[in-house]
Design a protein around this ligand. Structure first.
Ligand SMILES: C[S@@+](CC[C@H](N)C(=O)[O-])C[C@H]1O[C@@H](n2cnc3c(N)ncnc32)[C@H](O)[C@@H]1O
Length: 258
């Protein structure tokens, strides 16, 4: 059973909802068997463990030993240790630890912003997928960062975010890059992934003080507000992140453009 926290936290609720639709489709095409899931950069298992609780086998590929130790504890606490495997590797080594054509679902959440080569990472994700398999990508969006910086009164940073080719606000920006919808969809297409859905996530939740989001009484109301905002396409461009669901292209022409 999915943990309440994972499902109800306003910052991830909409991602779970979209993922749920894809899990239902995958259950139909696989006859309801346990899915083989790879969570690239899956960290401490905030998605991996709830997916294992749903009955799937999840391999988390992440370079951080600390995150993997937390993953192991979290999986054990949830009683799904046997269904969750942590592998220490980064995106560049994905195909050395995961076989091609072996995954029904690959998650790549909050990772494309930090990997050395996002194009190669996505092409390798596509290679891991079985025919009909899906991938779920969440990536930070530049426009939202502009708004957040402006609201905080950091106008020069906001301006640099608009002008910088990689969507960074300066040398001390911890993120190497941010995306917009066209750029992200093009990257995925180039990797041989057919985009089927794009949603904005955290349209409003990131603009609200953390203490409000953590308050259980307010969290439900905020989640409802967020769900309404996400349904309005106009809000998508200013969401903190984009959630893209894609499926493996079946024409066998996956290549990594230079
Ligand atoms: C923002 S966290 C996201 C964690 C998780 N995917 C989630 O959505 O909760 C980014 C994760 O990417 C991992 N990471 C950093 N560099 C990476 C790389 N080159 N390849 C794969 N994962 C990486 C980090 O260790 C961290 O666990």
């Amino acid at each position: 059973m999915m943990t309440d926290h994972a499902r109800r936290h306003p910052r991830t609720e909409m991602i779970w909802q979209q993922l749920g639709v894809e899990l239902t489709r995958l259950a139909e095409v696989t006859g309801g068997r346990s899915l083989d899931v790879v969570d690239l950069g899956g960290g401490s298992g905030t998605f991996a463990v709830p997916l294992a609780e749903l009955g799937h086998r999840v391999t988390v590929v992440d370079p951080s030993p600390n995150a993997l130790a937390t993953l192991e504890r979290r999986a054990a606490d949830a009683g799904v240790a046997e269904a969750v495997r942590g592998v220490q590797a980064d995106a560049a080594g994905l195909l050395t630890v995961i076989d091609g054509d072996s995954a029904d679902l690959v998650l790549c959440h909050g990772v494309l912003e930090v990997v050395d080569e996002p194009r190669t990472a996505l092409a390798d994700v596509a290679t891991c997928l079985r025919r009909g398999g899906a991938c779920s990508v969440v990536a930070a969006q530049r426009h939202a960062a502009v708004i957040a910086k402006a609201l905080a009164g950091h106008f020069a940073d906001a301006r640099r975010l608009i002008d910088d080719a990689h969507g960074r606000w300066g040398l001390s920006d911890p993120l190497p890059r941010r995306f917009d919808e066209i750029g992200l969809a093009t990257l995925m297409d180039d990797a041989g992934l057919d985009v089927v859905e794009v949603h904005g996530v955290r349209v409003l939740t990131d603009l609200v003080a953390g203490s409000v989001v953590e308050d259980p009484g307010e969290a439900a109301a905020l989640a409802e507000l967020e769900a309404a905002a996400v349904r309005e396409p106009a809000f998508r461009a200013v969401a903190a992140a984009l959630h893209v669901l894609a499926r493996r292209g079946d024409d066998g022409t996956r290549t990594v453009p230079g």
